[in-house]
Design a protein around this ligand. Structure first.
Ligand SMILES: [Zn+2]
Ligand SMILES: [Zn+2]
Length: 341
């Protein structure tokens, strides 16, 4: 089989490898599709940790084609989405039930071989069965949608709320749709790329604004004079975090979802947080949200097909990673065995 292996920063190569055999408690997944995540670009550039040599790819789905010893609950031919984040189950945070904050987390596609390969080994406990009608593209989106569901849970959107999403990339437009299913009635997306603003409107935004054409706060307050009950930062830049503080309503919540560079700093006036009684909330990965992500995708409540910019063969992955994320943050998928679209 072919596999896209991260060797060192700046170097991802396609290797020919033997198809691996599942050990006890593991299954062999014939990968159908695997999404390229912002994290993959960061790993490629050496900006995010990984454990080379490792097969990248942590957003994938496929068909179970071999079962290791003692595997129960899955059968040959089942289609699954793989939760890449493997918690230790023994540490302080795991025993508090906060498995995503595990101090010894391993991750398929980051520290263990992942889904940018013809086949991938995964512990059966990380595999979530997919309804048969779900497409491979939808299956590859279960992981990022599960991350967004966790963020939306933390944001605490109430029916009738005003929500502003800063950034109309793949993640911003998933968060937009989830905010809508959560009952937000005024949904504003701030995005400089016109094509993305149009897509935001198609996917449920009541207003899509260009933050570069006019003052963002004025544009938001024109339709929501009190400001936004919830501001979702889905860019990961200091200036958008600072803008979030300005456009949040009193008593509002700012969800920091975009991944900022590790050394980035923001300038925030603590008095504004005090006086407006703001809640600033981080969101990290996807604890216990895979099942709901599958339901949201399978039901059509979250649409992901319009978010896919291109589907490329695995062999193109080194050049995709070297060329960096596309403007506007549209999704690239590696299609491996795309018999189901
Ligand atoms: Zn990811
Ligand atoms: Zn742990």
């Amino acid at each position: 089989m072919s596999a896209a292996v991260f060797r060192r920063p700046g170097s991802v190569v396609i290797e020919e490898r033997d198809v691996p055999s599942p050990g006890p408690g593991e299954v062999l997944v014939r990968v159908e599709a695997c999404g390229v995540c912002g994290t993959d670009f960061h790993i490629f550039k050496g900006e995010a940790p990984a454990r080379p040599p490792v097969v990248l790819g942590h957003e994938y789905c496929g068909e179970v084609v071999a079962l290791g010893e003692g595997v129960a609950g899955l059968q040959l031919g089942d289609r699954v989405a793989v939760d890449p984040n493997i918690a230790c189950g023994r540490c302080y945070h795991c025993r508090l039930g906060k498995v995503h904050l595990c101090g010894s987390m391993e991750a398929l596609g980051v520290t263990l071989d992942g889904g940018f390969a013809g086949y991938s080994i995964a512990p059966v406990t990380q595999c979530h069965a997919l309804p048969s009608h779900m497409s491979a593209v939808q299956g590859a989106f279960v992981e990022p949608v599960a991350c967004c569901v966790h963020g939306i849970d933390l944001a605490g959107i109430k029916p009738g709320n005003t929500v502003v999403v800063l950034g109309g990339g793949t993640i911003g437009l998933i968060l937009l749709q989830l905010a809508q299913t959560s009952g937000a009635t005024t949904l504003i997306v701030s995005e400089p790329v016109q094509k993305k603003r149009e897509l935001a409107s198609e996917l449920g935004a009541t207003l899509a604004v260009d933050p570069l054409s006019a003052d963002l706060e004025e544009q938001v307050r024109a339709v929501a004079p009190a400001g936004a009950d919830i501001v979702i930062e889905a860019v990961g830049r200091p200036d958008t975090v600072e803008a979030a503080v300005r456009i949040a309503a009193r008593g509002g919540c700012i969800l920091l979802f975009g991944v900022a560079p590790e050394d980035a700093k923001v300038s925030i006036n603590p008095f504004a947080i005090y006086k407006k009684e703001l809640r600033i909330q981080g969101s990290y990965v996807n604890p216990f949200t895979f099942s709901r992500a599958i339901s949201l995708l399978a039901s059509g409540a979250v649409k992901v097909e319009p978010l896919v910019e291109r589907v490329v063969p695995l062999e193109d992955l080194p050049s995709v990673l070297a060329s960096g994320p596309s403007a506007g943050g549209a999704k690239t998928l590696a299609g491996l065995n795309l018999t189901r679209g």
